[in-house]
Design a protein around this ligand. Sequence first.
Ligand SMILES: [Zn+2]
Length: 233
Amino acid sequence: MAYCDLCNKTISTSEVQHIPLREMQQAVRHGFNPFKTPGINMASSAGLASAFGISAEESFQEWRQRLLADTTDWGLCGACADAFHKAIKKANITSNITTQVRSQMPTTKPHKVILAVRIMWVLWAVFALGGTVANWKAYSKANIGLSALVPILLVLTLLLLVVRAVSVGRNWARIIYSLFLCFGILSLVADLGRFGQVTAPILAPAIFFAAVCAIIFYLLFHPTSSSWFRGTH
Ligand SMILES: [Zn+2]
């Protein structure tokens, strides 16, 4: 045997409908009042209270305080549970609850990510142009022909897919792209090592590339961007 937490009716344990405490509290914060909800009979609490000269409003306020300080889920009889669900549906409380949960995550793409993706496209174009020209020169000398461009085209296509995935918020793409950049910086350092003498015309593009990488890292891993990436995927 159990009691309904709203109307106090005696019900069997199997009849009890459990309402999470959080849901009850949210409903009450959004204006749910069982004393004024059709289908919920609060006479046993209101009747007793009015015998002591306590008004319905005072009973509700007292009940509200008790609910907000409560620590356990609520058990209602079938009739009260139905009335409760109908009331929160009517007052649009359920959608309010979902909106609140959703609004804690940024749903629109942060400006930092938009900017990062733009820089990534420029970098892609520069890489595409430079890579194609360099490979073309090297391989046309060796007389291998058009097939020489296959590896660079493969890498470019892969990069294109990864940048697109970053743009729509895939977290794995953000990590893969960062690994690409790290690899780029490492191979650049290795290249610099091969030149016996590091001169300004060699060093300047390298420093510029490293700076661009640093900016992309900053934009992609800023807390606002990170929570967007985690929120979307
Ligand atoms: Zn009840």
